[in-house]
Every structure is written in C-alpha cells, then in structure tokens.
Write a protein that binds this ligand. Structure first.
Ligand SMILES: C[S@@+](CC[C@H](N)C(=O)[O-])C[C@H]1O[C@@H](n2cnc3c(N)ncnc32)[C@H](O)[C@@H]1O
Length: 254
C-alpha cells in the first residue's frame, strides 16, 4: 500500500466508523423547514435548470445528492466509505428519483469522460488528497460548458472571528474535553494526514489557483452568509461552531 493509500484508508476508516453519527446531524437538519431550499439555492444558482447529470464527489451520507435529486437532477454520489454509502442508501429509500450511490475514489471517479453536466461537492475539498489530479479528472468528466461547484469552510484555518463568535479559536473544534469521535478524528487526521491534504487549511485563493491550472474558467468564490445565519439559528454539529462557508464555482469552457 502506498503512503497515499494508507492516509486515505485512515480517513475512510474514520468515516466508516462514524457514518451514522455524522448523518444524525445532517439528516435532522435536512428535515427542517427551509433547509432543502437553502442548499438547493446555493447550488442551483450555478447549476441552472434541472434536469442535469450531476456527480457528487465525497457524497457521504448523501445529503447534497438528495437535495439535488429532489430538485429534479439525475445524481450520482461517489464515496470511498462503505459505511457512509449504506446510510445514504437508507436515506434515499422511498425517494421518487433517488441518486445512484457508487463506491469510488473522488480523485478518480468511476464515470466516463464527458458524461456529466456538473461535478459538485460539499465539505470534501479540505479532506481531498491529490487535488491537482482530482481537478483534472473532474474537468475531463464534464461536458463542454459544464460546471464545478464546491462548498467548504475554514475548518482548520486560523480566521478572524466572525461577528458573534467567541474570538480566537484556531479551528472549528470547541475547547470541551474530546469525545470518542473527536479523539478518533485526531488519530485519523493527524499531522501526517494533513500533510497529504493540500486544501486542508488552504485559503480560497490558493484553491482557485489549482482550479484554474486544471483548465477551469470564470472561477469565483462566493461567501455564504445565509448558511452562517442558519447555522447560528439552528445549531451546528457537536464539537463545531458556526463559521462563514464559501462556494467556489468554475466552468469547463465550451
Ligand atoms: C465531511 S464528509 C462530507 C459528506 C457530504 N458531502 C456532506 O455534505 O455531508 C467527507 C466525505 O468525503 C469522503 N471522502 C474523502 N476523501 C474521499 C475520496 N478520495 N474519495 C471519495 N470520498 C472521499 C469521506 O468518506 C466522507 O464521506
């Protein structure tokens, strides 16, 4: 096993083990009034009118895939965590147009070149190894004129506190004693792992540069104050605090 495979296996092991715990917060939030509409608008602004063929890389328990399928898109969700995909399948049960969930690597998604109109992700960039390779693969998967849309946040970057937050915390983690899950996270995502994750603490401008080097054009970063406002109102996952997330989008030229 290469060093990269070992790092990926540790990350995937973490997501397998805590898939249900992760999903508990995500699916509870998704069931709240207005949540689907919020995320449908965050991505729909860039995706355009349904139906489009959409690939959700690092789909996890399928929250974004389900939102976009409900909006009328034909969605494939890819993840390396079997535990996450099992939960995603359960969450999709009874859905009129469920996403297709596939085991696979976001760095080399198992889809044909030129087969999708959009590649999307939510909360994947920070944990993505080999992003230069992944970006080129995603570019090739897109049809000409297709779009790439990702949402992420400054989870592990030292940020000036957003108004209303307690100042000075260097990460999204709270100062409480670690839970079992937080302790497992610290083992899976140790310094060696983060050294293999170029976007782990990257500024959006650095991420944009990699997207542009892969051929994407009209690359832009949009902060998402509407998501921050909702997180403050509704609460975030245990051990986290509300932070200003951002959307990055770019196009494969026609
Ligand atoms: C923080 S979760 C986000 C899940 C989901 N996108 C969401 O918005 O709730 C990160 C997910 O990325 C997946 N992941 C990380 N690296 C991956 C890779 N190289 N290929 C496929 N999935 C990956 C993990 O297994 C995990 O399910």
């Amino acid at each position: 096993m290469s060093e990269e495979d070992t790092v990926q296996a540790r990350m995937t092991g973490y997501w397998d083990r805590f898939a249900r715990a992760y999903d508990a917060h995500q699916s509870a939030r998704l069931a709240e009034a207005g949540e689907q509409e919020l995320w449908a608008a965050v991505y729909g602004d860039v995706l355009g009118a349904a139906p489009r063929d959409v690939l959700d890389v690092g789909t996890g328990s399928g929250t974004l895939a389900l939102v976009l399928a409900a909006a009328g898109h034909r969605v494939t969700g890819v993840d390396l965590s079997r535990g996450m995909l099992a939960v995603a399948q359960e969450e999709a049960a009874g859905h009129p147009h469920p996403p297709r969930f596939v085991l696979g690597d976001a760095v080399h998604p198992p889809l044909p070149r030129g087969s999708v109109d959009a590649v999307v992700s939510r909360y994947l960039l920070w944990t993505l190894r080999e992003p230069e390779v992944a970006l080129r693969q995603w570019f090739d998967l897109l049809r000409p004129g297709g779009v790439l849309v990702a949402v992420d946040g400054p989870w592990f970057r030292e940020e000036p506190a957003t108004p209303g937050d307690s100042a000075g915390s260097p990460s999204s983690m709270s100062a409480e004693p670690p839970t079992e899950r937080e302790a497992a996270f610290a083992v899976a995502y140790d310094a060696e792992t983060f050294a293999a994750l170029p976007f782990g603490a990257a500024e959006p401008a650095a991420i944009v540069a990699v997207w542009e080097a892969a051929g994407f054009t009209e690359v832009r970063v949009d902060p998402l104050p509407q998501v921050l406002a909702r997180d403050r109102e509704r609460g975030v996952a245990p051990g986290h605090r509300p932070q200003l997330q951002y959307r990055i989008s770019g196009h494969r030229p026609r």
